[in-house]
Structures are given as structure tokens and as C-alpha cells.
Design a protein around this ligand. Structure first.
Ligand SMILES: CC(C)(COP(=O)(O)OP(=O)(O)OC[C@H]1O[C@@H](n2cnc3c(N)ncnc32)[C@H](O)[C@@H]1OP(=O)(O)O)[C@@H](O)C(=O)NCCC(=O)NCCS
Length: 415
């Protein structure tokens, strides 16, 4: 029995109250008045929900309309779930569960094939069908020791102001949705996250393949004439590392069309004078930066983290959207408590997916299927860690082969 109700929040004052509530659950103060206009833009009508008790808002969830790339290159309609919070005086009474139930149903009704989120704590979302599906890692590079093996072959130059914003958005739209797990960035994401021209020392540089630096001359460059960008921030320190804190450059965002542009952008940041340490957050786990360096030990990987928590809202549509490697088919049974229409058996083969009657060879909860879906973890690993029921042991190798991917799935967009 609940003594609260769930509503869709569509007016500005409710959005601000929801934002303040959410920030409070993260122990942050409300957004200041001068920040609110930018934040307001990010709320999407119909996608913000509040839980109410005694006439007061006690919890909130929301999502943003996006797309997600799946193995094989197709993109599916995706809801980016964020700003999830329940007031501390109402937690552990089922408020999030009620919000999740309503939100999952609403997203599926809106045609979202998948949703995803970043989990503040890993214990929260599995019960609602979200599984950890991509990872990212941190990099710390001792720049003075790095001794890159090679030099840039193209031209990298700074862009600023509104022109810079425009170029970066165009480039991201062009380059950002290729690897499985990447997502499109919605207009409100840019409004809230745009860092170019901020008061901090944030710089953006773009890369073109013409060594002269003229844009639009290359066969590989797109509409903007560029084939990649890097946004970074510098915290100045002492020039002499023995004197104390070193100057630190943090790579915030780096996207490239191909390996050549990617290498040039890394070589550019590694070549900036007086920087002691180059660090990056949220990079793909298979990004080979250390191979660019004369001294690979100059590149340390201090941590690796779960990134995307993925929810397959429409299991048949999601399974059909991705491609599979050649191999013998497998029949996978799916259990979904919150969206029971997904429950059932699916025959998965290189030439397509069909829903079938009869017994499955492997049986998974929908969160576990989400973890395997983009290819980040194999069915064998999930079986070894007792995350799925194995009815037919020989099916594990078949499932592993079908779902295998050659590039680690990765999102690269924090929300
Ligand atoms: C996380 C949060 C939204 C959970 O809300 P809630 O209303 O307490 O969740 P519910 O009461 O519906 O909990 C459902 C289940 O999840 C468990 N659970 C929820 N949050 C948990 C947490 N942080 N740690 C451990 N268990 C948690 C509950 O114990 C409950 O388990 P049960 O069904 O076995 O009893 C809330 O604690 C919160 O706002 N935390 C701070 C902000 C935050 O982390 N937001 C998430 C951003 S991604």
C-alpha cells in the first residue's frame, strides 16, 4: 500500500522544484538563479515525473530523448535517464520503485527501445532491469616521460566562442554515434554541459588532415572540414616538478573520425609545453594511448569503472536491431518483472531473431541480458559468475560467438 502518487511534471515551477529536490539528494544546493535558465532548457515535457505525498514532492525521475548505437551500426530510440532522487526523509519506502515502474512503462509507450543511466551506487538499478553494459577508464600520463614515438601528420588548431560551439556540435553529431554504446547528445545536454568559453581554462582544438591547416580540403574531413576535436582543461601548477604541484591537463572530450585523427589529437595534447601530467576520465577501455608513447609505462590506468547501465525496454526490437556474428543459433529465455511483455524465448541467429515457444537453452533476467547485449561481457562469464541459468551447457559457446564484438562498447557522454 502506498501513500504517495506519481505525476508527470510539465510546468516550470515543478521542474525547478524537481531539480532542487534531486540536487538535495546529492547534497548539493539548488541551482542559482543565473544558472536556472540554462538548466530549464534541458527539461523535456512529458519526461519528468514526481512522486507526491501530503501535497509535497518527495521524489523525482526524468529522461532525455536520445539514440544509442548498437553492434552492427544501427541506432535505436533511447531514453537517457537522469536526475533520479528521493528525499532522505522518504527513502526505503518504495518511492523509487513506484517512480521506476511508471517511468519504464512511459518510456516503452513512447517508443524508446532502450534506456540507460549512470548509477550513483551499483546496488540500485539491477532490480529494475538495468545491467552494467559498458565500462570506461581513467588515464594518467606523465607527459615529460611519455616521449611520443610519432608526430602529428595533420593540423590541429584552437576554436573558440560560438563558432567553436557550432563546430564541436556538428563534429559530435557526425562522429559520436559509431561505436556500440555511444549515444546522441540532446540539445539540453549541450546547454548544460557546454564548456567552451567557460571561466575555467577550457580549450577546444579541432583537427584537419591538410598539414597547412586549411579546412575542407581533405577527402576524409566531413561537412565542417575537420575530422576530430579535443576539449581539455588545464590546472596550472609549478613549471619545475620539484617545486610542488605539476601543471595538469585533463582531456574532457575527444572524438575522431579515424585512427589518424585520433592519434593527432592525443599527440597534440601530449605536446603542450609546461604540462606535467595529462589525464583523462571516461575513455574507452581499449583505447591504445600507451602504444603512441616511447615509454608506455608513462601511461597509468588508475581505475576502471562501470559506465552505461542499460535497460532493454523493448526486448524483441533491441535484439533485432543489433547484428550477430556467424554461428549456430541459440535460444535465450528472458524474464522481465516490470515489463512482462518482454518475457519469453528468443531464437538468435546471424540471420535474425525470432520469438519462439518452448524451452530456452539459457535463461536470463533482463538486466543480465542488457549486460551482454552490447558485447561487453560474455555469456560464459555471466554463467561462471552465476548470473544466468544454463539449461544446455553447449549453448554458452554459441551465445558467446554470436554476441562477440571487435571493439569494446563505450558511451563517452556523461549525463
Ligand atoms: C537511490 C534512491 C533514489 C532510492 O530511493 P528509495 O525510494 O529509497 O528506493 P526504494 O525504497 O524504492 O528501494 C527499492 C529497493 O532498493 C534498495 N535500495 C535503494 N537504494 C539503495 C541504496 N542506495 N543502497 C542500497 N539499497 C538501496 C532498497 O533497500 C529496496 O530494496 P528492497 O526492495 O529489497 O526492500 C534514494 O536513496 C536517493 O535519492 N539517493 C540519493 C541520490 C541518488 O543516489 N540518486 C540516484 C542517482 S543515479
Amino acid at each position: 500500500m502506498t501513500d504517495y502518487d506519481i505525476r508527470v511534471l510539465d510546468d516550470d515551477s515543478q521542474h525547478r522544484a524537481a531539480h532542487t529536490l534531486f540536487r538535495g539528494t546529492l547534497h548539493h544546493p539548488p541551482a542559482p538563479d543565473d544558472r536556472w535558465p540554462a538548466v530549464r532548457e534541458s527539461f523535456e515535457p512529458g519526461r519528468v515525473m514526481g512522486a507526491f505525498a501530503d501535497g509535497e514532492m518527495i521524489g523525482t525521475v526524468q529522461s532525455f530523448s536520445s539514440r544509442l548505437a548498437v553492434p552492427g551500426g544501427a541506432v535505436v530510440q533511447h531514453a537517457a535517464v537522469s536526475r533520479v532522487g528521493v528525499r532522505a526523509d522518504w527513502t526505503r519506502r518504495g518511492v523509487l520503485t513506484a517512480l521506476q515502474r511508471a517511468q519504464l512503462r512511459a518510456m516503452r509507450s513512447a517508443g524508446d527501445v532502450v534506456s540507460s543511466l549512470r548509477a550513483s551506487e551499483t546496488v540500485i538499478y539491477g532490480r529494475y532491469g538495468y545491467g552494467a553494459a559498458t565500462r570506461f577508464r581513467y588515464l594518467d600520463i606523465d607527459r615529460r616521460r611519455a616521449a611520443p614515438r610519432t608526430r602529428p601528420v595533420g593540423r590541429v588548431r584552437f576554436v573558440e566562442g560560438e563558432e567553436g560551439q557550432r563546430i564541436v556540435r556538428e563534429l559530435f553529431d557526425e562522429l559520436g554515434l559509431r561505436r556500440a554504446g555511444t549515444i546522441s547528445r540532446w540539445p539540453g545536454w549541450w546547454t548544460v554541459n557546454a564548456r567552451i568559453g567557460s571561466e575555467e581554462y577550457v580549450k577546444t582544438a579541432v583537427r584537419s588532415s591538410g598539414a597547412s591547416g586549411t579546412s575542407g580540403t581533405s577527402g576524409t574531413s566531413g561537412a565542417s572540414g575537420y575530422d576530430g576535436y579535443v576539449t581539455f582543461k588545464v590546472e596550472p601548477g609549478e613549471n619545475d616538478p620539484r617545486q610542488g604541484k605539476q601543471t595538469r591537463l585533463s582531456v574532457l572530450d575527444l572524438w575522431a573520425r579515424d585512427a589518424e585523427a585520433w592519434a593527432d589529437l592525443w599527440l597534440f595534447v601530449l605536446g603542450i609545453d609546461l604540462v606535467g601530467e595529462v589525464s583523462a576520465v571516461g575513455r574507452p577501455v581499449d583505447e591504445p594511448v600507451q602504444w603512441l608513447l616511447g615509454d608506455p609505462r608513462a601511461c597509468r590506468i588508475p581505475d576502471e569503472f562501470d559506465e552505461t547501465w542499460l535497460r532493454l525496454l523493448d526486448v524483441p526490437a533491441a535484439l533485432t536491431a543489433r547484428t550477430y556474428r556467424e554461428g549456430e543459433p541459440v535460444v535465450i529465455g528472458v524474464r522481465d518483472v516490470y515489463l512482462p511483455e518482454n518475457s519469453g524465448s528468443y531464437r538468435i541467429a546471424a540471420d535474425g531473431v525470432t520469438r519462439v515457444e518452448g524451452p530456452a537453452e539459457l535463461v536470463v533476467d533482463v538486466d543480465v541480458l542488457a549486460s551482454a547485449y552490447l558485447g561487453d561481457v560474455s555469456f560464459s562469464t555471466l554463467a561462471a559468475t552465476r548470473r544466468l541459468d544454463v539449461v544446455e551447457p553447449a549453448a554458452l559457446a554459441r551465445a558467446d560467438a554470436l554476441f562477440a564484438v571487435s571493439e569494446a562498447p563505450w558511451c563517452g557522454t556523461y549525463f
